[in-house]
Each structure stands twice: as structure tokens, then as C-alpha cells.
Design a protein around this ligand. Structure first.
Ligand SMILES: Cc1ncc(COP(=O)(O)O)c(C=O)c1O
Length: 481
């Protein structure tokens, strides 16, 4: 056993024996290396190992702490296909984002800021002026697959992410949501089963619900995404039509699956002859390092349908999305025509101009840094104002933070209490077909700052959480945690 493994084993034992208790700080790297007379690198490696095992967690500028408890769904049942019935709460949350009186920690919208965004809207108004001054002949649709110039610009960007693409491989859609819907319509019928990760973005679950399909919810690791072993086992038990995954900074946990898992997923899909719907809306929003190569980059058989949009990187109101459907191009293109005929040409023209300019790359570089910094500020505020029983994940990309509370905690109640207090959050119950994540919540930190406005909101949420934790459950004499 190497020194770092021995060190990890020592600490693991102390944590499991409760000598180190949930919420306890671990010694600093310097302190432990002096105390054990070992190199600092060995301590760092040991801490990384324990972090991977979910036993400890780093806190910004404060060191490592023992986690409150391993991340766990509210059930240990093996996955089986289920009907989805999520109801209208999700629509309420998206609607609430328009309510300027709510602190915006709920709906998954990016910040609306910056010169790149302004540039997009300037190009749009230019095209609107051109359209207004052209008054001869007929108007016309920009028929699917959509404006060639926009598709060519997207293909150029795809090529820089290791995905080989030409303009003719892409269909323009109204956001990624339409791309996912078209993929599902092309691949499955009512009653069919789709494998999804769990927790899963509720928009995907609701699409499955609306199309009368079933979700097979595969457990997902908070850092590494869909569990390949669980998926492999489930595929041998259930007749699945497609695998739907959000592998790069998933909504809600921010998990990012390693390259080896992406390749394993493709092997599994090939073994069972299945398509993969890859939702890549957060792929560009890595906080550090480089962009994770989409699964599509490893796909030599055209079985991946990659869906994305400008909604998370630029502005969710722009509604420019796309799908690269591989061998399913004809079906998807035809379905785009049948369902919405075309996407607005004026948006596509502005989108093509926008992507031809290098402002977007600059914008992405800036926004990645800002989201990383804001995550740090949010986590600091949570550690300061919330009880240790609330365990936030530390995503490596995107702008969403998943927080787990003790099993039995009612995230829906917190959602309602927060609304009353003027704060938007998203309850965890929306991210599964049953109540397995009802003890969790999701926060959006895309605009979070350490200002009185946001800090007061986090403080209030902390008080609401404490109040609920100290309220006895029915039939219990005192607080249940
Ligand atoms: C993971 C994920 N996929 C797709 C969408 C839908 O994106 P769009 O606004 O491009 O339709 C969202 C929106 O929140 C999302 O979080």
C-alpha cells in the first residue's frame, strides 16, 4: 500500500468509527504532513481519494471537512421503467423567473450580461430593420434543416470540440428542448422506455411524460454521472429504446462523466444497438481546464444525437438550438418540419452573424471564470449560514448547485416557504419520477454575488431549513434531525 493510501485508510477508519464526525474539519495539508512525517503530496492524494469516495469535501478557502453523509437517493430500489407525472410545478418555476421580486436562485437561466449578448441583439435589430424595409414579393419559411450559414458556423464550432461535422449534419431547432423532443419522437413510441440518469433534468422527464413514454432512472454519481454498471445491468433486464444523458455538467448535480465512461457508454449502446441522446447544453461552461469532448466525438457509428443551444451560454430567451442527429438525420429533419414547420429566419440570421464573430469565444472565457467565482461565493455563504446537515455539491462547470438535506426533509415545503419569503429555488422532487430526491434542492448561482441582497436570501433559507429541521415529524416527540 502506498503512503497516500495508508493515510486515506487511517482517516477513513476515523470517519467510519465516528472519531471524526460529520461537519468536522480535517487537519490542514501542512499540519497532517508534519504530524505524520510524510510529504504534502501524499496528504493531497489521500484527501482526493476520500473526496472521490464522498467521505470528505473541500470548502473554498477553508480546507477539507467530513461530509454530513454520503450522497444518497431516498430509495435503494433497483431501477425499473416508470411513468412520469411531475405536474405543473416546473412551469411555475420557469414563470417565477419573470417575477423580479423573487431572488433568482430557481430557474436555470444564465446571467443576461455582456457585450457578446448585446452584439447578438444588435445583429437581430439590424435584420429586423432589413425585414421591415423589404416589402416586395412573398415572405417564406427557412425550411428545415434551417439556415445554411448558421449550420456552417455551428459545424465550424463543433470541429473545434473534436466532433466532425458539416452544415448538412445539423438541424436547427427552437432551443435544446425541441431538439430533445424531436430525438424522442424519432426514436420511441408511447409506452416505450428510455434510460435516463437520476437525478434527471425535469424538462426531459416532462417530455417523456408528455409523449406517454417511460423513464428507466439509472443512478447517477454526483461527480461522474450515470453509473455504467447500473446501466449495463438495467439494459439486460429492460427493453430500452434509447439512452438519454447530460454528461457534461448535468442539470441538476453538475456531474461530468469521465472519458472512460463516455467510451463505455458508446460500447454498451453498440452492444445493445441503441441510440444515445446527448444533451450538451452546459458543455461549454467548464470552470477550469478544457471542454469535455462530447460523447459524439467518439461516435463512429452515427448513433449519438447531440442536442444543444445558446440558452445556457448566452441567453435562454434567444431560443436558438440544434441537433446533430447522426444516422437519424432524415427522421429528425422530417419531424422538425411536421411539428413546427420552421424556426424563425430572423433569429437564425442573427445567430449566424453572431457565431461568425469571435466575441462569443471571449464571452465564454469570461463567463466560465465568473461562474466559478460565484460558486465559491455561494458555497461560502452556505457554509456560513446553513446548518452542517445541508450538503452542497461542488460542480466543476455550469451554474447550478445541488444541495442534499437529511432524508425526510421536505424540499417542496422549503420551496413554498422560500417563495413566501421572496426567494426562488427549485425543489429536488422535480428531478425524478418518484419522491426519491424530495429532500434535495437546486440553486442557480449564475448571478450570485456576496451582496446584502443575495446574502440575506441565503441567510433566510438557512433559517427556514433550521426551522424545518427542528419541527417534529408527526408522531415524534421532538425535532427529527
Ligand atoms: C439540461 C437541460 N437540457 C435542456 C434544456 C432546455 O434548453 P433550451 O432552453 O435550449 O430549450 C435545459 C434548460 O434548463 C436544461 O437544463
Amino acid at each position: 500500500m502506498k503512503i497516500y493510501q495508508q493515510t486515506a485508510e487511517l482517516l477513513r477508519k476515523q470517519i467510519l468509527d465516528q472519531q471524526l464526525r460529520p461537519g468536522d474539519p480535517l487537519p490542514s495539508i501542512r499540519e497532517l504532513s508534519t504530524r505524520l512525517n510524510i510529504g504534502r503530496n501524499s496528504v493531497i492524494h489521500a484527501y482526493m481519494l476520500l473526496e472521490d469516495e464522498q467521505l470528505i469535501e473541500p470548502r473554498p478557502r477553508s480546507g477539507y471537512y467530513v461530509r454530513a453523509r454520503p450522497l444518497s437517493p431516498n430509495t435503494s430500489a433497483r431501477p425499473e421503467p416508470r411513468r412520469v407525472e411531475l405536474g405543473a410545478t416546473a412551469l411555475e418555476i420557469i414563470g417565477a423567473a419573470q417575477n423580479a421580486r423573487l431572488v433568482p436562485l430557481g430557474s436555470a437561466d444564465p446571467e443576461a450580461h455582456g457585450s457578446a449578448r448585446e452584439y447578438f441583439y444588435r445583429r437581430l435589430s439590424r435584420h429586423a430593420r432589413d425585414a421591415a424595409s423589404t416589402s416586395s414579393g412573398n415572405s417564406h419559411y427557412v425550411a428545415p434543416p434551417g439556415l445554411h450559414d448558421l449550420r456552417a458556423q455551428l459545424a465550424r464550432r463543433f470541429n473545434s470540440t473534436l466532433v466532425q461535422a458539416g452544415a448538412d449534419d445539423i438541424v436547427i431547432t427552437n432551443g435544446a428542448q425541441e431538439a430533445i423532443t424531436l430525438a424522442l419522437l424519432a426514436l420511441a413510441r408511447p409506452g416505450d422506455t428510455l434510460a435516463v440518469e437520476s437525478p434527471c433534468y425535469y424538462g426531459t422527464l416532462q417530455c417523456i411524460e408528455a409523449l406517454g413514454m417511460r423513464a428507466l432512472e439509472i443512478p447517477s454519481h454526483p461527480q461522474h454521472g450515470m453509473d455504467m454498471e447500473a446501466l449495463s445491468e438495467a439494459l439486460t433486464c429492460w427493453p430500452v429504446k434509447a439512452i438519454l444523458t447530460n454528461p457534461s455538467f448535468s442539470n441538476p448535480t453538475g456531474a461530468c462523466s469521465p472519458v472512460a465512461d463516455r467510451q463505455a457508454l458508446l460500447r454498451l449502446a453498440a452492444e445493445h444497438d441503441l441510440p444515445i441522446i446527448e444533451d450538451d447544453v452546459f458543455g461549454e461552461l467548464y470552470h477550469q481546464g478544457s471542454r469535455p469532448a462530447p460523447i459524439k466525438a467518439f461516435d463512429t457509428q452515427g448513433r449519438v444525437l447531440l442536442c444543444s443551444s445558446l440558452s445556457k451560454t448566452l441567453d435562454s430567451d434567444i431560443r436558438i438550438g440544434w441537433i446533430m442527429p447522426g444516422r437519424y438525420f432524415e427522421q429528425v429533419n422530417y419531424l422538425k418540419y411536421v411539428t413546427t414547420l420552421a424556426s424563425p429566419g430572423i433569429l437564425q440570421r442573427a445567430g449566424a452573424d453572431f457565431l461568425a464573430d469571435n466575441r462569443y469565444e471571449r464571452h465564454l472565457r469570461q463567463v466560465r471564470r465568473r461562474y466559478q467565482a460565484r460558486l465559491g461565493l455561494l458555497l461560502e455563504a452556505i457554509y456560513q449560514y446553513w446548518p452542517a446537515a445541508a450538503v452542497p455539491l461542488t460542480p466543476k462547470g455550469g451554474f447550478l448547485c445541488w444541495v442534499e438535506l437529511p432524508i425526510g426533509f421536505d424540499g417542496d415545503q422549503l420551496y413554498r416557504d422560500a417563495q413566501q419569503a421572496g426567494i426562488g429555488i427549485t425543489p429536488g422532487s422535480l428531478f425524478a419520477s418518484d419522491m426519491r430526491f424530495s429532500h434535495c434542492i437546486r440553486l442557480n448561482y449564475s448571478t450570485f454575488e456576496a451582496t446584502p441582497y443575495y446574502l440575506q436570501a441565503i441567510k433566510t433559507l438557512g433559517e427556514l431549513i433550521r426551522r424545518q429541521l427542528s419541527t417534529p415529524l408527526p408522531g415524534e416527540p421532538s425535532g427529527h434531525y
